[in-house]
Design a protein around this ligand. Structure first.
Ligand code: CU
Length: 270
């Protein structure tokens, strides 16, 4: 009797506890919230690495970056590169240095990591046309550390394809004099800028988005590495920034051969 009642009592008591526990474990973060980690790995033997946390709350993208091994006291252009329309871009390997000058410049790397989708500026615009807005890019401290945090409204395309994007930081110092100089020549993007200021220093893909993975929504037909190097036509005419203009010229050249495809809508960030 007593043991039976105790057992029944225990069962009755256990039920809400079990429900509460399952409720706890089953409860996701806020509905629609997603978070992704990116590990930044060095390019161009920069030794620069870091960690990025991307979190989405609806159409608000929060970006947190902690990076080290950057050029001390210098601004570092940084972007989300890649595609929101099905192309599979990745961080470049050493073989991306097709002109063999020992540096993977941005044009060589863009074939692999895609065009700028979002410019990770400290304030103001975050579109691709802010790609080289160096006065609005974060600076590394005296130890070469960079901390960045910003929440950016993004398009639905970015929300749906966030795993197809990756973070790239730019600015290298191969001659180790702690500044951007012309030791490595002129930037192919703008001859007034040193190559050191625009070449990529690190790159990272969303963890779990393995090399060769199928992008969200599948691979577009004919999306080979060079063919897939595209930029919205609206940007090609924007002029202003050499970063975009240089990339645009290449695309326009390529596109003359094929009839233009429909432009992806809402591709750039607000
Ligand atoms: Cu970039």
């Amino acid at each position: 009797m007593t043991t039976q009642r105790t057992a029944r009592l225990a069962a009755v008591l256990a039920l809400p506890v079990a429900l509460a526990l399952s409720g706890l474990t089953a409860a996701p973060a806020l509905a629609g919230d997603k978070a992704y980690q990116i590990n930044l790995k060095p390019l161009n033997n920069s030794g620069s690495q870091g960690t990025v946390m991307l979190s989405l709350n609806g159409n608000q993208l929060s970006v947190k970056i902690e990076a080290d091994g950057l050029v001390p006291g210098q601004p570092h252009a940084q972007h989300l590169h890649g595609s929101t329309d099905g192309h599979d871009f990745q961080c470049p390997s050493a073989s991306a240095d097709t002109d063999g000058d020992g540096i993977i410049n941005n044009t060589e790397a863009t074939v692999h990591y895609g065009d700028i989708n979002i410019s990770l500026t400290t304030d103001g615009g975050t579109g691709p046309d802010s790609g080289l807005a160096v006065d609005r890019m974060p600076k590394a401290d005296a130890q070469g550390h960079l901390s960045y945090e910003r929440t950016i409204p993004v398009s639905q395309d970015v929300v749906e394809h966030i795993k197809d994007l990756h973070v790239v930081e730019h600015g290298i110092d191969p001659n180790g004099n702690k500044q951007y100089d012309f030791g490595a020549g002129k930037s192919e993007l703008d001859p007034k800028l040193p190559q050191e200021a625009t070449a990529p220093t690190n790159c990272g893909v969303v963890e779990g988005a393995a090399v060769g993975s199928i992008p969200v929504g599948g691979v577009e037909t004919g999306g080979g590495s060079t063919e897939s190097h595209e930029i919205p036509r609206a940007l090609v005419g924007a002029g202003g920034l050499a970063f975009v203009a240089a990339a645009g010229a290449i695309v326009v050249g390529r596109r003359k051969r094929s009839t233009a495809a429909a432009e992806p809508a809402g591709r750039s960030a607000a």
